[in-house]
Design a protein around this ligand. Structure first.
Ligand SMILES: *Cc1c(COP(=O)(O)O)cnc(C)c1O
Length: 454
């Protein structure tokens, strides 16, 4: 049975037939691929039963092996600690390797993903008075990279099934001052980039991909991050390639990438002339040493995350209570930095998400809610509206409209329903680990009549 055929009425009819027996025996309704494993019946752990996965140990993250340690030691001993000391240092070397890995001509590293994004904003000459459209459902670094240049971050609402920017809403929010779209590749899977690129072309806008979560993901035959004008990545400790704090820009336009280098190098170009306004965002050699040490197994880890994600999705296929992130047509692979799902309480006896997560946690499975609210609900929006630079650069009518349009019902819904496997570590687990996740969910589902009382 396909999920779209699985109407709520049909679902309720199916489950009510077996629901009394389900509490006491093994005659539990099955949903397509979802079958009851031996250990997912019985009393909830939170009520004193045996947990599905007690003392679960997930694969450790960040990834460390002897190669990583060796690279750090080598850099320490070399005395080359800053990228300007040598063209063969770890940063320039990693830039070449990362560009190769991503199938782009060039790469410039920075001290974080946020810095990479802000470097792009600056390099594209986007500044006060301009607007950039992005998502309210993202890391605060996305918004920060726009605000740092005193640009107006205009947020568009989401497709509630993919958690990605809704291209129609993006188009509605374009004004005469819009200069760029900054699509966020949420979870590490691609937005509807085909539509976003079409809209950008039509309105003559630049596209800066926030691919901070999307290392190696592929869409329509291209690596995510190589579709727009520039693509940005994060190597913050939780990400699927990690060095603590770090970031990179990739791109094919040599002139533009040169500008990115100059901006992040306090305005000083490759020839040593200080030509423009720029912060100092250089990555240091220790960070790149860790990245170089981590690159060798990166494709294998990426493949394993995709395999595990596909397996989870196959097991949840016909279960409407916990619905995995919708992937757009053209998605070849994702980074699966996050494995995102929506919790639909109507299938869990209307138990609030908090109770579902609490019961699941007692079974040994922790799911994360990620953001408690979209970034449009954080105090920065009011803050910028009272700042002199914003009041000078944007008309009172524009700022009034900005405040009036801070409404994102789909994002609010996503925040309320989100239950995700966070982050780079768990999806490197075994098939048994993945089964434990699903079995715990099914056990809680089987006991849904008790959820409201926990
Ligand atoms: C992590 C992240 C960022 C910021 O990257 P940092 O390296 O933490 O500065 C930006 N956008 C998204 C979507 C992220 O996940």
């Amino acid at each position: 049975m396909k999920r779209k055929d699985f109407t709520r009425r049909k679902f309720i009819a199916t489950v009510s037939a077996g629901s009394v027996a389900a509490a006491v025996s093994s005659s539990i309704p099955t949903f397509g691929n979802i079958t009851t494993a031996n250990n997912n019946t019985g009393k909830l752990a939170i009520l004193g039963g045996t947990p599905v996965a007690s003392e679960k140990v997930w694969p450790k993250w960040p990834y460390v092996d002897e190669r990583v340690v060796d690279e750090i030691v080598k850099t320490t001993r070399s005395g080359i600690w800053c990228r300007i000391q040598s063209p063969d240092g770890t940063v320039p070397t990693f830039e070449k390797e990362f560009a190769n890995l991503m199938g782009s001509k060039l790469s410039v590293c920075t001290g974080s993903g946020t810095q990479a994004l802000n470097t792009c904003v600056e390099a594209l000459g986007i500044g006060p008075g301009d607007e950039v459209i992005t998502s309210p459902y993202t890391d605060p670094g996305t918004i920060s990279s726009i605000l740092t240049s005193r640009v107006l971050p205009v947020m568009a609402d989401l497709d509630p099934e993919s958690y990605q920017l809704d291209p129609d809403d993006v188009e509605k929010r374009i004004t005469e001052n819009t200069r760029a779209i900054m699509p966020v590749q949420m979870g590490g899977q691609s937005c509807n980039m085909e539509r976003i690129m079409t809209i950008a072309k039509k309105h003559n806008l630049r596209v800066i991909e926030d691919a901070a979560q999307a290392h190696l993901a592929e869409y329509q035959g291209k690596k995510v991050g190589t579709i727009g004008d520039l693509g940005c990545f994060s190597f913050q400790v939780s990400k699927t390639i990690a060095c603590g704090e770090g970031g990179a820009i990739i791109g094919n336009d040599e002139e533009l990438m040169d500008k990115c280098f100059t901006v992040q190098n306090h305005g000083t170009n490759h020839q040593g002339r200080t030509t423009t306004i720029g912060p100092k965002y250089r990555m240091n050699e220790f960070e790149a040493a860790i990245l170089l040490g981590q690159l060798p197994g990166v494709k294998e880890r990426f493949a394993l995350r995709n395999k595990n994600a596909a397996y989870l999705t196959s097991r949840l296929k016909d279960f409407p209570g916990l619905v995995p992130q919708k992937l757009y047509e053209g998605t070849v692979s994702g980074s699966f930095y996050l494995y995102m799902m929506s919790y639909h309480k109507e299938y869990f006896n209307n138990a609030p998400r908090g109770k579902f997560l609490k019961a699941l946690e007692a079974e040994g499975i922790n799911l994360s809610t990620y953001l408690s609210n979209g970034l449009h609900k954080e105090p920065w929006t009011e803050h910028i509206l009272t700042l002199k630079v914003y009041q000078k650069m944007y008309s009172p009518a524009r700022l009034k409209r900005y405040r009036d349009e801070l409404s994102y019902p789909n994002c609010d819904k996503v925040c309320d329903e989100m239950a995700m496997i966070w982050a780079s570590g768990p999806l490197l687990g075994t098939k048994k680990d993945m089964d434990d996740i699903i079995n715990a969910v099914m056990k809680v589902y089987d006991n849904r009549d008790k959820l409201n009382s926990i």
